[in-house]
Ligand binder design. Sequence first.
Ligand SMILES: Cc1ncc(COP(=O)(O)O)c(C=O)c1O
Length: 378
Amino acid sequence: MSFDFDTVIPRLGTGCIKYDRRPELDPFWVADMDFGSAPVILESLHERVDHGIFGYAQPHAGLNEAVIDYLRERRQATVTLDQVVHLGGLVPALSLAARAFCKPGDAVMTCTPVYPPFIGVHHDAHVSLIAVDHVAVDGAWTFDWAALENAVTPETKVFLLCNPQNPLGRVFTAAEITRLAEFCQTHDLVLVSDEIHCDLIFDEVSTPHFSALNLPTALAARSITLLAPSKTWNIAGLGYAFAVIPDDSLRRKFCAARGHTLCEINALAYYAAEAAYRQGEPWRNELVTYLKGNRDCLVEFIQTRCPILKVAAGEATYLAWIDARGMGVENPALHFEKKAGLFLSDGAYFGWPGWIRFNFGCPRERMLEGLEKIAAAL
Ligand SMILES: Cc1ncc(COP(=O)(O)O)c(C=O)c1O
């Protein structure tokens, strides 16, 4: 490996949510990795900082080109710049979609378990939420097509999709995404596809990412694809994401819903994003290999040392979704907090109490320390 993913860098007291929200606990919760940023990103940021002026920023030509090239080369999508909406984060886009396409009395639909804002943004739009559980078929998490058909209503206007799925770690197939888009077409739903984890797939040959941008034109026309370099290159604190909305009228409605609610994107974020997309591939490749090693190590540890817990090897993301219902406690995350001083994500926030999410985006030694604490507490 030419990049260092093993050194443990102390983060406590650096103003980071992960460590400083509950400084007394050992954190394996929020989706933020403990690795230093890719050297190319640091260089680009240093250069921008050295300029010394940080007035209002706009996307510079290099960033725009990097985004379009990324979409062509990594997502196999030909996109024009006017179809791209730059954003300071991806969660605001989930909320914007609910506000843009629903009126009071309407509903947003999604599948659970899922990243908590998916089951929260409907409040911003004063609409209701229809949540349908994912199901395991032949050992793989997928959609419950019959339950979706039963649950959808004429008032449902938006479907929020997470692909790759956080927390399940599933990379949905072209057939699944196409079927979901057809479901959206049948029921006249806007398909909002959050693909923030799509560059963190462990095996892109056996589980390739099928973006909503790869759908046939008529289906892609009702889609909003949300992407960002923030998870992959661990620059979420800088705040940059973008939406690709091929259809003009959909894009206009989405942009109009912004009103004055979003702040300007910060000057450093654009430069970090450009460096990530343009020069970050060697670092990303090694990162994914390292994370795959962590995933395998975690699954083996849980299976051999903590058999009361159940975990499957995810296909993407550095997040393990662990079934802790066998422990027979109401809130396993709280249990591990009290018994082991750990800060884990409580499955209840994802819609599934009794489960926990463990973030293995950290040096292996640190991950194993956390797992040892889980084993000791059990
Ligand atoms: C599926 C998903 N979407 C969005 C986000 C956050 O995006 P942002 O920080 O750009 O708002 C996360 C962070 O964990 C995530 O897992």
